[in-house]
Design a protein around this ligand. Sequence first.
Ligand code: PLP
Length: 362
Amino acid sequence: MNYERTFNFSAGPAMMPEPVLEEIRDEMMNYRGSGMCVMEMSHRSKVFEEIRDNAEKDLRELMGIPDNYKVLFVQGGGTVQFAMVPMNLIGEGTACYVETGNWSKKAIAEAKKYGKVEVVASSKDKNYSYVPDCSDLAIPEDASYVYICENETINGTTFFDLPNTKGKILVSDQSSMFLSRPCDVSKYGLIWAGVQKNVGPAGMAVVIIREDLLKEDLPEYVPTYMSYKTHADKDSMYNTPNCWAIYCCGKVFRYLLDNGGLEAMAQRNEDKAKVLYDYLDQSELFKGTVVKEDRSLMNVPFSTGDADTDADVVAETKKAGFDNLKGHRSVGGLRASIYNAMPKEGVEALVAFLKDYEESHR
Ligand SMILES: *Cc1c(COP(=O)(O)O)cnc(C)c1O
């Protein structure tokens, strides 16, 4: 059906799969005979409990989450996790951070409020345009965890190899790559993802945490809500959860399972990103800003090298029916976010547009 929807290249909130939106529409006024919309339901009702349970079950199947990991649905989006991770895990030790761009910088600044922090690697020297070699980091003996932002949404880099943490716990912010490719959960102590990038509506994070990291004896200052154990003990129902986000995310998990799972997603995402990168690699006007080996399949920053021309391109993309191609205000240029729900046709259409622009501005 044609809804006159635009190809929306937003970094988040971002596109969701159309069949999922249609299902949500169809269930809006009366969810499966319950006589109400999911927004109106008690979170303690049987019908909502089933929505929550199925969302978790489907996510576990999708990612192959081992039984000794808990899945939590926590409100507050990504930013709350910047604080929650150190509050729960830093203890008396040193938290080690890899600094690869805006989102890891924010995580570092927040962690410093709660304990000792060491930046063990950084790509700041080249404007965060690559991922530093993390095969032999100087991890201190007392490290409480090693933290990465696995896909830097703003800078456009991705870790294709996980750091060698020398036996310490790996914590990863997967917000803008969550469910974009298979993931071996057993390699991590904790994975978290704000869901508005690659999954559903804003305002919630999924946290996947190894059970032995759920601590009883947190510092006095940690609010009840900010303890992972609070959420784990109550199946993410300690208080009223973000019912709507859980429902919508559950639909996306189901949709991904029905469409080949994460292997299929990875294949599609590689094909899709290749269309754009192949064009950028040979363009004389536009250049990608990240080194080839580390570039993200989800967020593609690029530029003409001239701020006025970049602004003109953004304005023209809007007229041509695309949206949200302006780069983040902290880096400028353009950025195309091409998450799971962006169809390949969207990327092909964008490339056709950029080609035309380039031809007519020689
Ligand atoms: C968007 C984003 C965040 C912050 O998420 P909010 O829900 O806006 O707080 C954190 N990390 C990454 C990698 C992101 O892309």
